[in-house]
Design a protein around this ligand. Structure first.
Ligand SMILES: NC(=O)c1ccc[n+]([C@@H]2O[C@H](COP(=O)([O-])OP(=O)(O)OC[C@H]3O[C@@H](n4cnc5c(N)ncnc54)[C@H](OP(=O)(O)O)[C@@H]3O)[C@@H](O)[C@H]2O)c1
Length: 205
């Protein structure tokens, strides 16, 4: 596969990146800072520096690729930082339509699954900017004619297990956290197999 990866310098992004390169895929990593990913070298890796919320930057990078994977997300749960979800989604949808690249996989948050549990409601309030903006991102993507898959997760961790459980439209029974390695495994498997096109899936371990 020829993959465009947004969020490649993030913790899940790096899992996707190294696994894709190990599998022999070609990756164009879009990053915002010049000094990102300087520790990763591979002949199948191209790094482009620019603004991932600028459709023109994306339109220059997308042609010739099979799939766009975005693991973008706010580094901090502040109102300003969380707009990365919605602003990148608007640009991604516009650029993909214009460039004729149709397959899109993004990470989102399990905060968007309805829940009556007190803990989830408190968390939802604390992370309200995150949930609000992830919701806007999902609206843009679901309203496009792209071939998309949205993966929603609860807390992420850096354990090494790549196993995951999945449910469509909800978190699997019991919910819980999941490793970034497992999320990367899902994204790359799904990019190849397209088993969950136009579906929102919940992932946990
Ligand atoms: N952390 C959790 O517990 C959790 C829970 C549920 C869902 N998620 C979602 O899962 C995904 C992966 O999470 P993660 O914790 O592995 O991510 P992360 O390490 O926080 O990485 C986020 C990535 O987004 C990029 N980014 C943020 N704001 C940006 C901006 N304005 N312009 C360009 N790039 C920007 C960062 O770029 P830089 O590297 O340049 O900073 C980084 O590459 C995200 O979508 C996240 O929201 C996370």
């Amino acid at each position: 596969m020829k993959i465009i990866l947004l969020g490649a310098n993030g913790r899940t992004g790096r899992e996707v990146l190294t696994r894709a390169l190990d599998a022999g895929d070609t990756v164009t990593a879009l990053v915002r800072a010049e000094n990102s990913l300087t520790d990763v070298t591979d002949k199948e890796l191209n790094i482009r520096v620019g603004n991932v919320c600028d459709p023109n930057f994306l339109k220059q990078a997308l042609p010739g690729h099979d799939v766009v994977i975005s693991t973008l997300g706010p580094r901090m749960p502040t109102k300003g930082a969380c707009t990365i979800y919605s602003e990148s989604a608007t640009a991604i949808v516009e650029a993909m339509k214009e460039c004729g690249v149709n397959r899109l996989l993004v990470t989102s948050t399990a905060l968007l699954f309805p829940s009556d549990k007190l803990f989830d409601r408190i968390l939802g309030f604390i992370a309200r900017h995150n949930a609000h903006n992830a919701g806007l991102m999902e609206e843009s993507i679901c309203g496009s004619n792209l071939d998309w898959t949205i993966a929603r997760m609860g807390f992420l961790n850096d354990k090494s297990s790549t196993a995951f459980r999945l449910a469509v439209g909800t978190l699997p029974d019991g919910g819980g956290s999941i490793s970034r390695a497992a999320v990367a495994n899902f994204l790359l498997t799904e990019a190849k197999q397209s088993s969950y096109a136009n579906k929102v899936v919940g992932l946990c371990q």
